[in-house]
Write a protein that binds this ligand. Sequence first.
Ligand code: NAG
Ligand code: NAG
Ligand code: NAG
Ligand code: NAG
Ligand code: NAG
Ligand code: NAG
Ligand code: NAG
Ligand code: NAG
Length: 388
Amino acid sequence: MRFSLSGVLTGALLGIAGVTAIPQQASPAAAASSSSSVSSSASSPSQASSSSSSNSSSSSQVCNNSPVLCDRHYNNITHMGAHDSAFLRDASTGNSIAGNQFFNATLALDAGLRLLQAQVHSENGTLRLCHTSCGLLDAGPLESWLALINDWVVGHPSDVVTILLVNSDDADVSQFAAAYQQAGLSKFGYVPPSATAWPSLAAMIANKTRVVSFVTNIKASSSAPYLLPEFDYVFETPFTVLSLDGFNCTVDRPSDAGTAANAFSKGFMGLVNHFKDEEITTGINIPDTDNIALVNSADTSATGNLGQHIQQCTDQWNHRPTFVLVDFWDKGSTVKAADDSNGVSQASGRTNATADSASDSSADGTNQTREFGTGALIAFLAATLLMI
Ligand SMILES: *[C@@H]1O[C@H](CO)[C@@H](O)[C@H](O)[C@H]1NC(C)=O
Ligand SMILES: *[C@@H]1O[C@H](CO)[C@@H](O)[C@H](O)[C@H]1NC(C)=O
Ligand SMILES: *[C@@H]1O[C@H](CO)[C@@H](O)[C@H](O)[C@H]1NC(C)=O
Ligand SMILES: *[C@@H]1O[C@H](CO)[C@@H](O)[C@H](O)[C@H]1NC(C)=O
Ligand SMILES: *[C@@H]1O[C@H](CO)[C@@H](O)[C@H](O)[C@H]1NC(C)=O
Ligand SMILES: *[C@@H]1O[C@H](CO)[C@@H](O)[C@H](O)[C@H]1NC(C)=O
Ligand SMILES: *[C@@H]1O[C@H](CO)[C@@H](O)[C@H](O)[C@H]1NC(C)=O
Ligand SMILES: *[C@@H]1O[C@H](CO)[C@@H](O)[C@H](O)[C@H]1NC(C)=O
């Protein structure tokens, strides 16, 4: 076998940087199966809602931090999400530049995010949260992380949480089900009656089915019906955006979804990928922290603002985005961007555990990470060149 220099370098650097040049894996097969199950009928959301929760319009009830959201259908709410939420740039990973977040998923939920995304790899027969490869950034067994999410869900009975797992190695749905069971999270699993009928948050809360789980590259299974093939329900905008003017609202996946209007007509929900990478050398991208305040800002004035992107998609789609994914969610005003989208003005029950460090950039690793990260990459590049 022959290896090109650039191929070896790129592969090695991808391994080091854990970069997003590698697409989140979505098999065409999984995507292709989507239209079949996105069909018609079943009970209407309002019926489900009225039959299961007599209290749903109680003005004292708060759902996902706001009374405004109790009667709102799940798919008509913007759920702010932490992209690669298990992969941290903090002391636990030596400030790895493969990390996309400074704070973990529990703190994200505390702060008001309600969507957690992560990559899952099959390593020696068990599912682990790894970024690109387990040799690069291994955040441990899936069930351990899910158990911590379960702890949070148990402690927050008026909240609906969404989990989105990228099944990078095409593991069988039964392996995910085992992890969910072990973590205790399966009992909270919401099972939609059809791909198009989403109930109110109050109805989901009343039924104690408060965890919505999407997984890529799985087949729906009657033994774990709460594990939903992502691209039967959700379409996504492009990712690996390298410039501030690169964010748009075009349907990127699934490939057969057609236009956004077509996808909405079939009951799909829209996911806005809003994280910016920077290219540090040809083909090697890492999450951009230099522009993070602008990129994660709820403002709508500057090109690249989170608020502007959400507004743009809402206008183009004639639907508010159901899901948004950001890197380094504690930077900027990500939760405010969701509140603005949802028309929520007075949220309650949030703890912003990162506020104390917000005025001191050295405390959260932004500063030291860039130097460490870039330095390590350059050293690696030099070493690789010398070896060859
Ligand atoms: C129903 O709402 C009342 C206040 O109107 C509240 O005291 C009660 O706990 C609620 N019950 C449930 C099951 O949410
Ligand atoms: C979505 O929520 C808005 C309130 O923000 C409401 O006016 C609209 O009717 C809802 N749409 C649907 C389809 O329920
Ligand atoms: C996040 O960190 C807190 C504090 O260290 C810890 O209690 C919690 O279990 C962590 N959650 C996750 C998902 O790692
Ligand atoms: C998987 O097995 C390989 C080979 O035995 C080993 O090097 C690696 O550390 C194992 N991975 C984990 C996560 O245990
Ligand atoms: C709540 O549970 C009942 C009984 O299992 C079911 O008929 C109804 O559809 C559920 N509603 C929601 C919103 O899940
Ligand atoms: C949106 O961005 C993608 C990826 O950069 C690009 O391929 C596509 O053409 C863009 N769509 C529009 C309408 O500009
Ligand atoms: C947390 O608080 C800081 C300081 O007040 C603020 O800048 C930041 O936007 C907040 N983060 C979230 C996610 O609300
Ligand atoms: C990095 O830290 C230095 C002092 O240690 C500070 O002057 C500078 O503003 C910081 N840079 C950023 C981007 O926070």
